[in-house]
Design a protein around this ligand. Structure first.
Ligand SMILES: NC(=O)C1=CN([C@@H]2O[C@H](COP(=O)(O)OP(=O)(O)OC[C@H]3O[C@@H](n4cnc5c(N)ncnc54)[C@H](OP(=O)(O)O)[C@@H]3O)[C@@H](O)[C@H]2O)C=CC1
Ligand SMILES: O=C(O)CCC(=O)C(=O)O
Length: 483
């Protein structure tokens, strides 16, 4: 068993204990008696110190060339790569996703750092013809200043990196407050950045309660931009706090992502993608499939194939070989999932498979992969984000009906269709209200070089990742020069 360490805040280039002198244990959701590490239970004075060091450093950091800033990210990428196995193991033990998934995510973190390192050499503006023939007019971009980064526990490496790397390359400094459940994993990412030699104050880590440190970041007058991924409830509070003081904000929140399976779909492909998109990471992705809308001609055949595969899923500790699905990330999440399952039954859904806590795994927050049949659009399990391994099967006659049902939720993050018909594909691309639409591919799994974000209540209508990140992390300056 690995040694249990205490992780400190990282403020102004120093590993620093919180002013409260208190720590919080981060536990293993596969075995609640196992402590992965202790993290600082910080208070506002700690946050204030971090913000002031980020503010003090920002002017110097933005003066470096993009290439110089990129070199720090390249170094951090190599360090993270050299620690990939160890950091992935920490992730699995801290939040439960299986080790192969955690390794894949850590490798993705390395690739994101390298991608944004390259951004330091790409163009940041346009020359625009002026009506004055003797003038030069162009746009350039400037960093926002200090960025507050608030991250969830479901992608403990990828999300912090896809927010911090673009913030840094465009010349901002950062204060990050990670989810308490995965603060140890985040501290290890910060170790990689620190070892890469980032100047003191460029990146700061403050752990602690969301209601104190997260809210404190949103309210802080010296934080110029807030980027957040998490629940709608918290996201809206952050957006309101930022708006009230004129700060920029970016929110990535929930999803209720549908897949549509058309009569002409390749059912084996559709089943594999539903399984992977809906149940990998125990359904804890904002892009996870939760509604499976199937045309009546293939409904029974699809259901049978899906059930056969779901029955093969092995549930257990994600560190063990042969385990396909780990636990929910925390006890609250397990209770939420179980209460949605209960509601599904009460409201008339047919529980086809799963729905219980598996036998013999009582020390962890495990739940069986769960499939509901006869789900209708008005049921709670068809409307609200569950964030667990629960699939709701819904039968329709036509693609039009499928699209209407697919769009009949407050969210619009990702959506997939399985079909061989080009007409179905085009209708879906045009009519589906989602930021990410995918054809014959699962609803989860975004690519780091492409814009990512949702419509409706899934986001603040901004996009992150890829080149789209520049829109949030910089301001455009229009320059007019006359000799
Ligand atoms: N879109 C997504 O990818 C995610 C969606 N969710 C959804 O949210 C539900 C609840 O998960 P949960 O972890 O509680 O998500 P939260 O939105 O509560 O947490 C996300 C982050 O926000 C912080 N936070 C909490 N309260 C505040 C606040 N008042 N001000 C600022 N920051 C705050 C959290 O800190 P702390 O950890 O200390 O509470 C964490 O770092 C899930 O069931 C799921 O539906 C959750 C995670 C990711
Ligand atoms: O599907 C993915 O790869 C990313 C999902 C995501 O961003 C999230 O769940 O927060």
């Amino acid at each position: 068993m690995a040694e249990v360490c205490t992780y400190l805040n990282y403020i102004n280039g120093q590993w620093t204990a919180s002013s409260t002198g208190e720590v919080e244990a981060s536990i293993n959701p596969a075995n609640k008696h196992e402590i992965i590490g202790y993290v600082q239970k910080s208070a506002l004075p700690d946050l204030n110190q971090a913000v002031s060091s980020a503010k003090a450093m920002q002017k110097k950091w933005k003066k470096l060339s993009g290439n110089e800033r990129g070199n720090y990210l390249l170094k951090a990428a190599s360090i993270l790569e050299s620690r990939l196995d160890e950091i992935a193991e920490t992730m699995t033990r801290e939040m439960g996703k299986t080790l192969p998934e955690a390794k894949g995510e850590t490798a993705r973190g390395v690739a994101i750092l390298r991608y944004y390192a390259g951004e330091g050499l790409r163009s940041i503006g346009d020359v625009i013809p002026s009506t004055d023939s003797e003038a030069l007019m162009f746009t350039t971009r400037v960093p926002l200043g200090v960025i507050g980064v608030i991250t969830p526990w479901n992608f403990p490496v990828a999300i912090p990196i896809w927010k911090m790397a673009p913030a840094l390359i465009y010349g901002n400094t950062v204060v990050i407050k990670p989810a308490t459940e995965t603060a140890v994993t985040c501290a290890k990412i910060i170790e990689c950045l620190a070892e890469a030699g980032l100047p003191a104050g460029v990146v700061n880590l403050v752990t602690g309660a969301g209601s104190v440190i997260g809210q404190g970041l949103a309210d802080h007058p010296d934080v110029n931009g807030i980027t957040f991924t998490g629940s709608n409830e918290v996201g809206k509070r952050i957006g309101q706090a930022a708006l009230a003081r004129g700060a920029k904000y970016q929110l990535e929140m929930g999803g209720k992502n549908p897949v549509i399976v058309a009569n002409d779909a390749d059912l084996n492909v559709a089943v594999e993608a539903t399984l992977s998109g809906g149940l990998r990471s125990t359904g804890q992705k904002c892009t996870a499939t939760s509604r499976v809308i199937v045309q009546s001609g293939v409904y029974d055949a699809f259901k049978e194939k899906l059930l056969q595969k779901v029955k093969e899923i092995t549930v257990g500790d994600g560190m063990k070989d042969g385990i396909w699905m780990g636990p929910c990330a925390n006890e609250g999440q397990l209770r939420t999932v179980l209460s949605y399952i209960e509601k599904g039954i009460q409201e008339g859904g047919t529980l086809l498979y799963g729905g219980r806590q598996p036998q013999g795994l009582g020390n962890g927050f495990f739940v069986e992969p769960t499939v509901f049949d006869n789900v209708t659009g008005n049921m709670t399990i068809a409307q609200e984000e569950i964030f667990g391994p629960v699939l709701a099967l819904m039968k329709v006659e036509t693609i039009e009906e499928a699209l209407q049902l697919a769009n009949d939720v407050v969210f619009g993050l990702s959506a997939s269709i399985f079909t061989a018909n080009i007409g179905n594909m085009l209708t879906f691309i045009n009519e589906m209200d989602a930021g990410l639409v995918r054809i014959n591919a699962e609803s989860a799994g975004v690519e780091l070089q492409a814009p990512f974000g949702g419509m409706k209540q899934s986001s603040s209508h901004s996009r992150e990742q890829g080149r789209a990140a520049i829109e949030f992390f910089t301001s455009v300056k229009t320059v007019f020069v006359k000799a």
